[in-house]
Design a protein around this ligand. Sequence first.
Ligand code: ADP
Ligand code: MG
Length: 474
Amino acid sequence: MAALWEDVLRNKQAVQEAASVAVDAALLEGVLMRTEGEPNASDVVNYAPFTLLPSAVPSALFEQAYAVQQDFNLLVDAISQNKEFLERTLASTIKVDDFTARLFRIHMQVLEEGLAQSVFLGINRSDYMFDCGVDGTPALKQIEINTIAASFGGLTSRTAAVHGRVLKVLGKSKEAARLLPNDPSKGLASGIAKAWELYGSQSAVVMFLVEEVQRNIFDQRCVENELWNRNIRVIRKRFRDVFEKGSLDDAKRLYMDGQEVAVVYYREGYVPKNYDQQNWEARLLLERSRAVKCPDIATQLAGTKKVQQELSQPGMLEGLLPSRTEAVARIRATFAGLYSLDVGEEGDKITATAIADPDRFVLKPQREGGGNNLYGEELRQVLEKIRDSPERTSYILMDKIKPQPAMNYLLRAHSPLQVSECISELGIFGVYVRQGKEMVMNKAAGHLLRTKAIEHADGGVAAGVAVLDTPYLV
Ligand code: ADP
Ligand code: MG
């Protein structure tokens, strides 16, 4: 197959012209980020990095990813309600991983006290790459599912318009017309709005729990805007604010500065560096409250790498989703090989295999946000060091997915325009709302395509490695 956009890629002048149109279009559409130099002010902003051209995505795999999203929503929700599963699955991990252990302790404490929360809201993003088989046929393989602070649903709602403009400038109006509409910010907001409504207090607000450093604020503002459009009041607070000004009343209603909070939407709290002692206390207060947490702590734990690995074990999906044979099959079809490093014969064997052939695998700790995984020689060295230590169990091993690279230009502020060999990762946003035992919303809410140069093994957009993209179905 001829590479997509081959004619354009060779035409340096056309590329240069299109790139300057693209950057202005991104600014016009609001594909924005604050700058590294001034991450907490909007006086100077720039465009979020993006590809010049949309990337080819096999339409069958794109449809497959959408088709399995409601199943993943059900699965995550089922795990979050299954105390025994989480306890058993994370038992070895929490012995060696302090962060997961602390989250788990809050989970147990809240359960012992009795859940005050009765409405549950999940916003997740299931990420995939297209694994290139020996015969060249691509297959959809899940990288991970993000159950907390899944980002870029806002900005990506605006990237298709930018790529549409670029294609038109390049004389490709027909292709531009084929770009799919995509609006995760609306979908995410619809879930938050539903949860807010079911919480049932007109005067209560939605609280975005945000980081100290807020470079990606425009992504969040996109979702926030949708809520304001529905006349739902949004406040933005940090853990620090919750520690200082948050309180619960007798019925465990959450108040911030005297304002009742119906929904807490976390865009923070997924890595150890988000927490000091006060922030842990703030997290506990939020979890104990009646407010709808997106996600509650059990759902955050359901998104750990260890849980992902355990799900691939025989019988696990069937146990969690009884009598949903088709959903289980759809989910399993997206799994790559995942391996436990728990102490024991099986763990010893796979450790030895990975040391002998590190390029077949990715070594993953229980961390989020990109840049934590180990590959190749580094993977080998770390595994050799910890092969006989319990520290091994804080990681999982995963088969390395090998997508077919394609050429594209990555547009980044202050960077030279040059062509790169790239691979893409497709994310599908899932949104669900449960009231008591009843699912009242369960849907796929749009997609995100991120693309990076192949020389980077790891890292997302926020980490400065991947850039925003738009799928062009082939
Ligand atoms: P994080 O929680 O840090 O985002 P991920 O599991 O998503 O962790 O991994 C981060 C990045 O590493 C991914 O975006 C992808 O580029 C790369 N990666 C992760 N797992 C694999 C894999 N099995 N094969 C190839 N690349 C992978
Ligand atoms: Mg990821």
